[in-house]
Write a protein that binds this ligand. Structure first.
Ligand code: NAI
Length: 257
């Protein structure tokens, strides 16, 4: 016999029924795929993105009922706190937070503008801090919660031309481990996913030659799809991962090992 929290119950179960997930940057790419995977698991999802209309559109396309879209720039602490209030009023108390919103402003170190450094830090690192600080207050009271941070293999390996992005994603790894240690006693788990190269708008600008070169370095022989990341997010959000915290899970076709 299988129970809903047993792995043998299989992926058709709705193990996230009754949960509310907030996914930042959920209007497209990896964030949208994560939102869809959590919705398929039974969660009601609040999609947060800078463009409110796109967030609502993405929410309307998710499987199941009760999803909503919200406009918010996660890098600004006041709007982030206000967005959380709107999510709590409109969808419910957040039990799963996915800090996925992220940007790149690539350039070689000598040519990198100060504003490109600052903007990447603001969105990728401070955005996660803003949302986590706001959401964890309620999680701590309820002694229950899951926080997932979307970092990158670039935060582990570094990359020429991405000093700002790599630093922000490495920072997110330190943040993940610290939050995991700090909140574990309140039954809040915090993990990070480090995707490799995934087909999205972010990687859409790469030329065919670059993609060919990248593919040659990936043992599984292809770039990833957003769904490859989303399945891991659903696993980490759910009961089968209940003894996992403070971990960085790479989803990269074996590129970093
Ligand atoms: P994308 O560019 O397709 O989507 C980014 C999302 O973040 C959009 O919904 C956008 O509205 C949102 N966003 C950006 N700045 C925001 C802000 N200030 N406030 C609220 N929302 C904001 O990107 P993609 O590829 O889906 O990436 C998602 C995450 O995965 C990012 O954190 C990225 O760094 C990470 N990642 C992506 C990889 C890839 O190969 N595509 C590889 C490794 C990590």
């Amino acid at each position: 016999m299988t129970s809903p929290d047993s792995p043998s119950a299989g992926p058709a179960t709705r193990e996230l029924e009754g949960q509310v997930a907030l996914v930042t940057g959920g209007s497209r790419g990896i964030g949208r795929a994560i939102a869809a995977a959590l919705a398929a698991g039974g969660a009601r999802v609040a999609v947060v993105a800078r463009d409110g209309a796109r967030a609502e559109q993405a929410a309307a396309g998710l499987p199941g009922q009760g999803h909503r879209g919200f406009a918010c720039d996660v890098a600004d602490s006041v709007p982030a706190a206000e967005a959380l209030k709107a999510v709590e009023n409109g969808v419910g108390e957040v039990s799963i937070l996915v800090n996925n919103a992220g940007i790149t402003r690539d350039g070689l170190l000598m040519r990198m503008k100060e504003e490109d450094w600052d903007e990447v830090m603001r969105v990728n690192l401070k955005g996660a801090f803003n949302m986590t600080r706001s959401v964890s207050r309620g999680m701590m009271k309820r002694k229950d919660g899951v926080i997932l941070n979307v970092t990158s293999v670039i935060g582990l390996m570094g990359n020429a031309g991405q000093a700002n992005y790599a630093a922000s994603k490495a920072g997110l790894i330190g943040f993940t481990k610290s939050v995991a240690r700090e909140l574990a006693s309140r039954n809040i788990r915090c993990n990070a996913i480090a995707p490799g190269f995934i087909h999205t708008d972010m990687t859409g600008a790469l030329g065919a030659g670059v993609v060919e070169g990248l593919t040659a370095r990936i043992p599984l022989g292809r770039l990833g799809e957003p769904e490859d990341v989303a399945g891991v997010a659903r696993f980490l959000a759910g009961p089968w991962a209940r003894y996992i915290t403070g971990q960085i899970i790479t989803v990269d076709g074996g590129m970093v090992m």
